[in-house]
Design a protein around this ligand. Structure first.
Ligand SMILES: NC(=O)c1ccc[n+]([C@@H]2O[C@H](COP(=O)([O-])OP(=O)(O)OC[C@H]3O[C@@H](n4cnc5c(N)ncnc54)[C@H](OP(=O)(O)O)[C@@H]3O)[C@@H](O)[C@H]2O)c1
Length: 342
C-alpha cells in the first residue's frame, strides 16, 4: 500500500564540509528537495523526530569516518513511520510501522521531513516509548550496551569514563549500577562534580583540577580500574592510560578534542600488557548476528520504557531552528540533546 506522499520535502542541507564547526553550522540551509524513493531493501520514513550527536558535528566538519556526496542532508538517526517500501518482503513488513532508524551511509540523512534508509537499519519501536527517546535510540543506547559488554568480558572491577556528563555516559552508569562495577567519572568542569554527586555517583574527578593526575593514579589503583572507555582522545588520554594499572585497556570510541591519541608509553605496551583498541557502532551492527541484535533491542527497549536508560532532552525545535539550536548545544553539550521535529 502506498500512502499519499508529497513530491517535495523540507530538509536541512549542508552545502560543503567546513572544519570550523561554527561556520559549518551557520552554512546549513533549509531547502525543498524531491522526496526520495525506496529501492529494494529500503524504506521511506516520514520523520517524526531526529537529533544531533557529536558524530553529526564531526560529519558537517568533514572529519567523520563517513563522507557523503554534497550537497547533503546531515543527521545519523531518528524516528518516524514507514510510509513506502521497496519491493521485498522484509521491507514490506515494516509498512506503517513506527521505527527508530540509522541513516544510510551514502544517502541523505535524517534532518528532513522524509528519509530513505536500508530496511536493516530500522528497528520497530515499542508504542510506550516517547518520540524523543525513540529519536535517540539507535546510537547511544546500543553503544553503551556494546561497550559495557566489553567491560564485562574483561572482568573489570571498575572502569574509567571521560565526557562523564554526556548522555552515553549516563547510560553507562545505569548499566554499571545494575552490576556493582565501579565507575571513575571524569568531567572537564568543576561544577559538573556536584551535579554527578547529586545523581548518586561515587567517584568523580575533574580533569581541570591541578592535582588531577595524582588523584586519578590513586583512584585507578585503589579500584583496580583496568578499562578506560575514552570519548575524548588527545594527550591527556594517553597519559591517563600510562597511569593505570598493568594490563589496562583503552577503548577509544570518540574524539571530542578532535585530536589524535598521543603520549602512550611505549614501555606500557611492550612490558606491562596495556593495549589500545577502537569501537565503532556501525561495525558492531555489521558483525553482530541478527538474533543477538534482536535480543539487545528487546532488552534496551525494556530499559528505555522503564526509564532506566534515558536521553536528557534540552530542547525541541523545528528544521528552520536547527542552526541556532546547534550553536547552543555545542556551548553546553551536557544540557541534553536537541530534538528536531520536522
Ligand atoms: N564510536 C561509536 O560508535 C560511538 C557511538 C555513540 C557515541 N559515540 C561518542 O560518544 C561520545 C559521547 O556522545 P554523547 O552523545 O553522549 O555526547 P553528548 O551527550 O553530546 O555530550 C558530550 C559530552 O562531552 C563533553 N565534551 C565535549 N567536548 C569535550 C572535550 N573536548 N573534552 C572533554 N569533554 C568534552 C561535554 O561536556 P561539556 O558540557 O563540558 O561540553 C558533554 O558532557 C561522543 O564522542 C560520540 O561521538 C561514539
Amino acid at each position: 500500500m502506498t500512502k499519499k506522499i508529497p513530491e517535495k520535502m523540507k530538509a536541512v542541507v549542508l552545502p560543503g564540509y567546513n572544519g570550523n564547526m561554527i561556520k559549518a553550522i551557520k552554512s546549513l540551509e533549509i531547502k525543498l528537495l524531491p522526496v526520495p524513493k525506496p529501492d529494494k531493501g529500503q524504506v521511506l520514513i516520514k520523520v517524526d523526530a531526529t537529533t544531533c550527536n557529536p558524530s553529526d558535528l564531526s560529519f558537517i566538519q568533514g572529519s567523520y569516518g563517513i563522507k557523503k556526496e554534497l550537497h547533503v542532508v546531515p543527521g545519523f538517526e531518528g524516528t518516524g513511520i514507514v510510509v513506502q517500501t521497496g519491493n521485498d518482503e522484509t521491507s514490506k513488513n515494516l509498512l506503517d510501522k513506527r521505527v527508530s532508524f540509522n541513516a544510510h551511509v551514502k544517502l541523505n540523512g535524517a534532518w528532513a521531513e522524509y528519509v530513505v534508509t536500508n530496511t536493516k537499519q530500522c528497528i520497530p519501536v515499542h508504542p510506550d516509548i516517547p518520540v524523543e527517546q525513540a529519536a535517540c535510540m539507535l546510537i547511544n543506547p546500543y553503544t553503551a550496551y556494546a561497550l559495557f559488554e566489553l567491560i564485562k568480558e574483561r572482568k573489570s572491577k571498575a572502569f574509567v569514563m571521560n565526557a562523564a556528563m554526556g548522555q552515553l555516559a549516563g547510560m553507562m552508569r545505569s548499566l554499571a549500577n545494575e552490576t556493582g562495577i565501579e565507575v571513575i567519572n571524569i568531567v572537564r568542569k568543576k561544577a559538573q562534580i556536584e551535579i554527578l554527586k547529586n545523581k548518586g555517583s561515587k567517584h568523580i574527578l575533574c580533569s581541570a583540577d591541578d592535582n588531577f593526575l595524582n588523584q586519578f593514579t590513586e583512584l585507578a589503583k585503589q579500584l583496580e580500574a583496568k578499562t578506560f572507555i575514552d570519548a575524548v582522545s588527545g594527550e591527556l588520554s594517553g597519559k591517563m592510560l600510562e597511569l593505570m594499572p598493568s594490563n589496562s585497556q583503552l577503548i577509544l570510541y570518540g574524539a571530542l578534542t578532535g585530536e589524535n591519541l598521543s603520549h602512550i608509553g611505549a614501555k606500557d605496551l611492550i612490558f606491562f600488557g596495556k593495549n589500545v583498541t577502537g569501537f565503532n557502532l556501525i561495525q558492531w551492527f555489521e558483525t553482530t548476528p541478527k538474533e543477538k541484535i534482536r535480543e539487545v533491542s528487546y532488552k534496551l527497549q525494556e530499559k528505555i520504557r522503564k526509564g532506566k536508560i534515558k536521553t536528557e532532552i534540552y530542547k525541541k525545535v523545528k528544521l528552520k531552528e536547527v542552526s541556532g539550536s546547534l550553536i547552543r548545544y555545542i556551548i553546553n553539550m551536557s544540557a541534553g540533546k536537541v530534538i528536531i521535529e520536522p
